[in-house]
Design a protein around this ligand. Sequence first.
Ligand code: ASP
Length: 282
Amino acid sequence: ALRGEQISNIGSQDMNDEVWFKLARRVNELAAMPDVAGIVITHGTDTIEETGYFLNLVVKSKKPVVLTAAMRPSTALSADGPLNFFNAVAVAANKNSAGRGVLVVVNDWIHGASSLTKTSTTAVQTFLSPVWGLIGTVAYGEIEFFRGPVGRNTTDSEFSLDGVAALPRVDIIMAHENMDGALIDAAVAAGAKGLVIAGVGNGNMTKAALDALAAQAKKGVVCVRASRVATGQVGRNVEVDDDKLGLVASLGLNPQKSRVLLRLALTKTTDLKQIQRYFDEY
Ligand code: ASP
């Protein structure tokens, strides 16, 4: 049997920590109920990759938790929502979906929450898992799984919202030609305890920006180098000397997912070795 409830209008203009906390707590409550086999969450496409990854880290259940979305409104020609919802329910009800972490089902594909990203502002085929590939496919409810999740998740995650009242501020700053340190310093002045740089290429940036970042890192702000490039990994100590400058490399996580992980990481520690380990394992 299907039953439904509304947490909030989960569209990009309403997405905030209050919604995240409500959603995560409710998913944990529902997942603990013996008569619940799986959970489907309908979500806007803009921030589904962040919510999915957040839940992947703080839900404490092996039961399937599946997010789905639609690129076209229900009033549009060839609306994609109904089939996406049908497929998401099929995946959530399937025993083989358990233990694969939080999943996102859109346009016949089953993505892991850590790997998918939105790649087109308008196309129905917007979601890709560019670095790690798909977890499976689903065609009119017919499911084929290829692999398990990438990265620790759910019951195997060290993160939890128990005893956490709020998440620390972490800002994302995009690198570009002629970048200086002004926004880096302004973010810290605004209260950021961590920074994610959406760097150029392999997490790189101008010398001026790097100097500002290293100075903030020295003062205890945890600084992660990610990339504004859509696919590929950001390697530690490859183009930038992370050891010397006290920085963290995002490895396979894009900037928006790096921000989610860093916020949760900062609820536990500011130790750079430990935070780099989180980026390695999650
Ligand atoms: N802007 C919408 C969002 O909140 C788009 C959508 O619903 O897919 O994500």
